[in-house]
Design a binder for this molecule. Structure first.
Ligand SMILES: *Cc1c(COP(=O)(O)O)cnc(C)c1O
Length: 222
């Protein structure tokens, strides 16, 4: 099966309220164009340099999402065009995104990354940290960012019950924050969770946005 078939098969399965971000890291421009030519427009990268290079060489209509960890000093390269930043994990990074948004005369949509996995290595905020960010006086003054929801990555494991538990915990926090801060954060509505190996569980647990690479483009070599 080719990229087009994989993509259509996946899209057929998705509930209407779930957005697919096709993750294109390590993929060639011709592979991406295969997905583009079958009608897909939302693509994600996890490295700034790769995102910038692909943005330059591929069609203007593509909506580029930054899905990986983002360093403050690299925000400026993607600020002019990025559609959604999934992995924001500090107030400091939000401030930088806001500053770069202002320079570009844009409001940049962001998701806050929450730490749900068991592994120490995964990035993300705790529940307490995210509440502190929303409650901070500084956030009100940031006119060039919009916090549109949360993102999380489950533990890398075959234990599907554990993955489900982690996604459920994230969805619970998402619902709670939505209730608590809906006036402050009118656009807060996206829950980005689920990759090739676990998007089915993520959708059952309330995901609105899945980030899938391997299932569309095949195994990565690097
Ligand atoms: C690579 C990547 C994905 C997609 O992973 P697959 O297993 O290939 O579907 C999703 N999210 C992030 C942050 C990634 O880096």
């Amino acid at each position: 099966m080719g990229i087009k078939d994989n993509l259509n098969k996946l899209l057929d399965k998705l509930p209407e309220n779930v957005t697919l971000v096709a993750v294109t890291k390590t993929r060639s421009e011709s592979e991406i164009m295969e997905a583009f030519n079958s009608g897909h427009r939302i693509f994600g990268e996890n490295r700034v340099q790769e995102l910038v290079d692909k943005k330059e060489n591929l069609p203007e209509e593509i909506q580029w999402h930054m899905v990986g960890h983002l360093q403050s000093n690299k925000v400026k390269y993607i600020a002019p065009f990025v559609k959604l930043i999934h992995g924001v994990d500090s107030l400091k990074l939000l401030k930088v995104i806001n500053k770069e948004g202002r320079k570009n005369n844009r409001i940049i949509d962001c998701l806050l990354q929450i730490h749900i996995a068991e592994e120490e290595t995964k990035f993300g905020l705790s529940e307490e940290e995210v509440v502190n960010i929303f409650s901070s006086p500084e956030i009100k003054k940031m006119g060039n960012i919009s916090i549109c929801g949360l993102m999380g990555m489950a533990t890398f494991t075959d234990n599907r019950e554990q993955i489900r538990k982690e996604f459920r915990q994230l969805a619970g926090l998402f619902g709670k924050l939505k209730d608590e801060f809906s006036e402050k954060l009118p656009c807060f509505g996206e829950l980005s969770m689920g990759m090739s190996s676990d998007y089915d569980i993520a959708i059952e647990e309330g995901s609105t946005m899945i980030r899938v690479g391997t299932e569309i483009f095949g195994e990565r070599n690097r």
